[in-house]
Design a protein around this ligand. Structure first.
Ligand code: FES
Ligand code: FES
Length: 174
């Protein structure tokens, strides 16, 4: 890669415009972690097999370890950092993973949560088989998936309540 021509790209990262220089073999995961200091996205296998590196590009969950950075030119990229609310408040999906025990060692969690976020963005009330299908590319060696599926279900309920103007427990929002 040394000496390879670098190209300037612009895209939106977690609602903020960013610019970066990338070579033809730079992967989005390396751009995010090494150049842009967004280390919430994890590297597991580096081969598209574990889902630890999942981020959203224009609303779709993708493996950042295999996605050429040059291809995010003009795109909206969302990482786990982009889900956190004001003053570090966890998003409903992150909170549901905490509440339902979907986080054990936590290494797979950012990718798992981003896949769940992509699912719930397009399908606010998924059935269990739809949740399991959406998480098929995300490997977790800790939880056996029961708590993770519960977490996504819990997140779906919390998000629907938020949409309806209720707090996460079903009461009126203050
Ligand atoms: S690190 Fe990208 S799929 Fe494993
Ligand atoms: S919580 Fe440990 S690998 Fe998923």
């Amino acid at each position: 890669m040394n000496g390879a021509t670098k190209t300037a790209i612009q895209f939106t990262l977690n609602d903020a415009p960013v610019s970066a220089l990338c070579g033809p073999t730079t992967m989005l995961l390396d751009l995010l972690r090494d150049q842009l200091d967004h280390k919430g996205t994890k590297e597991g296998c580096g081969k598209g097999e574990c889902g630890a590196c999942t981020v959203m590009i224009d609303g779709r969950a993708i493996n950042a370890c295999l996605f050429p950075a040059l291809e995010v030119e003009g795109c909206q990229v969302t990482t786990i950092e982009g889900l956190v609310g004001p003053r570090g408040k966890l998003s409903p999906i992150q909170q549901a993973f905490v509440d339902h025990g979907g986080i054990q060692c936590g290494f797979c969690s950012p990718g798992m949560i981003m896949s769940a976020h992509a699912l719930l963005t397009s399908n606010p009330d998924p059935a269990e088989d739809q949740i399991r299908a959406a998480l098929r590319g995300n490997l977790c060696r800790c939880t056996g998936y029961v708590q993770i599926v519960d977490s996504v279900r819990g997140a779906a309920v919390a998000l629907r309540r938020t949409e309806a103007g209720q707090d996460a427990k079903g009461g009126p929002q203050s």
